[in-house]
Ligand binder design. Structure first.
Ligand code: GLV
Ligand code: MN
Ligand code: MN
Length: 448
């Protein structure tokens, strides 16, 4: 399908579903331990969930047939969104897409909602489960509940949040929903290749300047819970089927630019050179060491992109730009590490007689998960006789934005080999079934 064909299709889907989260519901505190009895026949359909996961994985499949590239607002993403809206309607949900491009399906009316979901965008050359699992398992849970004829006291919603992976701005859709999108930043948001968010959203039929209107009324929310693959090795190593997330790391993403002097690479004495790449290389190695030795023990860092200019063999580089990120669960440690890295960049630049600038791209704050949601996940897993382990999330997730507006939590299932953000990211189908059923009972518990 061409973009010309699918944009009117997605517009029509949106216009047919004008319903939005209505404000003004009283925020209810309701929590009762409703342990699922083992005899309870309610269970998700693994064959249907598998069919949906396999179908979604075909949108944005790379020509080599392996990885998936489905960045937000791309043609593949918009086709996937239209497909998802179709599946939500088929499941008996009322559907809508908000101004930030978040795609919702709801079951039931009245009272603050219990929300589940994740994202359907992927990193470049990513795998089939990161995000997709949380959205499609959430959909499967709502469909299972709807088909069973069971009625929950609170409405249930499933959502696919926009641009979780941050081609333009990480956690974009959930930031807008949580009311933390800075409208002044919108014209400045760009992908690493320079493409503006405003243009990408316009191509997909959205007005980026309207995105802050997606802000929710927190009184309409009761809780948020997100199922995700762990994306690391801990659950698999410990042979534990369900991770109960206690907190989600925050991150800092910065462009670090060293500027020196271009010179003839054959004739300039080594001691004379003001080589921007050498400074950047020294900074990268020392920043890594700093974060390992001065962080919390769980702090991590990554250099995801290096650009060297002018980029030819016979000129000493006068410019080197690093894309630097760091992550940590403890807010004060994260802030300190960022300050220490800035001081390090300045001292390395001085040593090499260069200039350095550090330009922030994005930052997210660490979040603690709500004890009420953690207890519901644990009660659901106990009812299914599944062992659990409390753990932090080293990856960023929309649940950290939801924590600003409601009780928010997450559950993890093991990732095979701890692999994620790569084409061979996978999990066992039984592990997926266990995770989806734990989500099902968590939702029933939260929604009464
Ligand atoms: C999201 O996948 C992240 O980068 O943590
Ligand atoms: Mn994800
Ligand atoms: Mn991801």
């Amino acid at each position: 399908m061409t973009e010309r064909q699918f944009i009117p299709m997605i517009r029509a889907a949106r216009e047919g579903c004008q319903e939005r989260i209505r404000g003004g519901f009283p925020l209810q505190e309701h929590w009762s331990i409703l342990r699922p009895a083992m005899a309870d026949p309610l269970a998700i359909s693994l064959p249907r969930l598998r069919t949906h996961l396999e179908a979604l994985s075909r949108f944005g499949r790379n020509p080599d047939g392996r990885g998936i590239t489905r960045s937000c607002w791309s043609g593949a993403h918009e086709e996937a969104r239209a497909w998802l809206l179709g599946r939500m309607k088929e499941a008996g949900l009322s559907t809508w897409v908000d101004e930030a491009g978040n795609t919702f399906g709801r079951l039931g009316n009245g009272g603050p909602s219990v929300i589940t979901g994740s994202h359907i965008d992927t990193v470049p050359n990513g795998g089939p489960l990161d995000g997709a699992l949380g959205v499609l398992a959430g959909l499967e849970c709502l469909q299972t509940i709807h088909e069973s004829g069971a009625r929950t006291r609170l409405p249930l919603m499933v959502v696919a949040w926009s641009d979780e992976e941050g081609r333009y701005a990480g956690l974009f859709g959930s930031s807008a929903f949580a009311g933390k999108l800075d409208a002044k930043q919108i014209p400045r948001l760009r992908a690493a290749d320079g493409e503006r968010l405003v243009d990408a959203m316009a191509r997909a039929g959205f007005n980026a300047y309207d995105a802050p209107k997606a802000r929710c009324n927190p009184k309409t929310l009761s809780a948020y819970v997100e199922l995700h693959i762990e994306q690391g090795p801990h659950l698999e190593t410990a042979k534990i089927p369900i991770g109960v997330v206690e907190g989600i790391v925050g991150n800092r993403r910065n462009w670090v630019t060293f500027r020196g002097q271009s010179d003839h690479a054959g004739t300039t004495p080594m001691a004379w050179r003001r080589d921007a790449f050498m400074a950047a290389a020294e900074y990268a190695l020392r920043a890594r060491r700093l974060i390992i030795t001065k962080g919390s023990g769980r702090s991590v860092t990554n250099f995801g992109r290096v650009e060297v200019g002018p980029g030819v063999s016979n000129i000493v580089p006068d410019r080197c730009v690093l894309l630097h990120e760091m992550r940590e669960l403890e807010p004060r440690v994260l802030a300190r590490l960022e300050r220490q890295c800035l001081a390090l960049a300045r001292s390395v630049a001085k040593k090499w007689r260069l200039k350095v600038t550090v330009d922030p791209i994005s930052k997210s704050q660490p979040a603690r998960c709500a004890p009420r949601v953690m207890r519901c996940v644990e009660a659901a897993a106990a009812g299914l006789k599944l062992k659990v382990k409390r753990m932090p999330s080293g990856a960023g997730h929309d649940a950290q934005n939801l924590a600003l507006v409601t009780d928010s939590g997450m559950l993890f299932i093991p990732s095979q080999g701890g692999r994620s953000h790569r084409p061979d990211e996978t999990s066992d189908w039984r592990a997926i079934e266990r995770g989806a059923n734990t989500l099902l009972y968590t939702l029933l518990e939260l929604a009464g």
